[in-house]
Design a protein around this ligand. Structure first.
Ligand code: BJW
Length: 243
């Protein structure tokens, strides 16, 4: 069984559906920055200037610079899935029940590690979409406000396929359906500051009666909502958890 035996014992069903929520902390040891740690992205950038729809209208150059820089970082050959990403892909492959991985991360490290049932609820850094047409495409180059849309040809409409503050996260119906019937909810490497993801633990516990586990470097904002927890780095905790 690909889970620690003591955890299997607390589950009502040995093939219980599992929902896993991940945040920036799981990719930290792959070389990507978190947001709210002292050396995090929000220590360098003002959220309202780069991660809102208004910021994109007011200063598209800065928003493009911000995401182009992060895209270059992600494409650095040194940035690779770590032991935590790989363990979660193994859990999905070996667990007898359904496993849904919901990530707030816009990097592609879970995809590269081999996770298949994966929702990028805050979008994907390596995709763009167009405000003028229905284009959604893979993208690895730099974007600028003058870049014409490869589909409709208009300039000014291309934007990173990410979810900014005030926008609706992606695939929420699928996520809520899975939370409503899971037997185990695991949160990894997220500070619990951003909704709706921060509220998933309560939905899993109250609606589905799920066991809830937090694995993080330190207690998150919602730490008291979890029944089980372990604190340390993701590359230590997650492989030990997916024993
Ligand atoms: C380690 C580690 C290691 C470090 N190992 N761990 C309710 C109340 C109040 C406000 C709201 C509310 N509901 C909605 C809102 C508004 C808003 C919101 O939440 N505001 C808060 C600030 C209060 N939410 C929204 O606007 C969202 N949209 C929305 O709600 O739509 C309406 C809706 C209605 C009904 C249903 C559903 C929806 C959209 C939020 C979009 C977030 N966008 C960002 C940026 C875009 C993507 C990008 O550029 O990357 O997404 S913000 C940023 O925060 C990014 C992240 O995905 C997100 C979460 O951050 P995360 O992953 O938790 O990172 P950190 O840095 O905070 O934490 C890292 C953790 O890892 C730390 O705890 C470390 O200790 C730990 N760690 N190293 C293990 N080695």
């Amino acid at each position: 069984m690909p889970l620690r035996p003591d955890l299997i014992e607390i589950l009502r069903d040995e093939a219980a559906p599992i929902v896993i929520l991940t945040g920036a902390g799981i990719s930290k040891e792959s070389g990507l920055h978190t947001f709210r740690d002292p050396d995090g992205i929000w220590a360098k950038y003002d959220i309202s200037e780069v991660a809102t729809p208004e910021a994109f209208v007011n200063n598209p150059d800065l928003v493009h610079y911000f995401y182009n820089d992060r895209r270059s970082g992600l494409l650095d050959p040194a940035v690779q899935p770590n032991a935590a990403h790989i363990s979660l892909a193994r859990l999905e492959a070996e667990w007898p029940g359904p496993v849904l991985l919901v990530t707030q991360n816009i990097d592609d490290l879970h995809d590269r590690a081999g996770s298949k049932h994966l929702i990028h609820m805050h979008g994907e850094l390596l995709k763009i979409r167009c405000n003028h047409c229905d284009l959604l495409a893979h993208w690895s180059d730099n974007l600028a406000k003058e870049t014409p849309c490869p589909s409709c040809g208009k300039a000014g409409g291309l934007r990173p396929h990410v979810v900014w503050f005030g926008e609706m996260p992606l695939e929420m119906e699928r996520i809520y359906a899975a939370l409503g019937e899971c037997g185990l909810f695991i949160s990894i490497g997220t500070s619990g500051n951003v909704y709706p993801a921060a509220g998933f633990v309560q939905i899993a516990h109250e609606e589905a009666g799920a066991e809830t586990v937090e694995l993080n470097l330190e207690p998150s904002s919602g730490a008291t909502l979890f029944e089980h927890s372990a604190y340390g780095s993701a590359t230590d905790l997650v492989p030990a958890f997916v024993a």
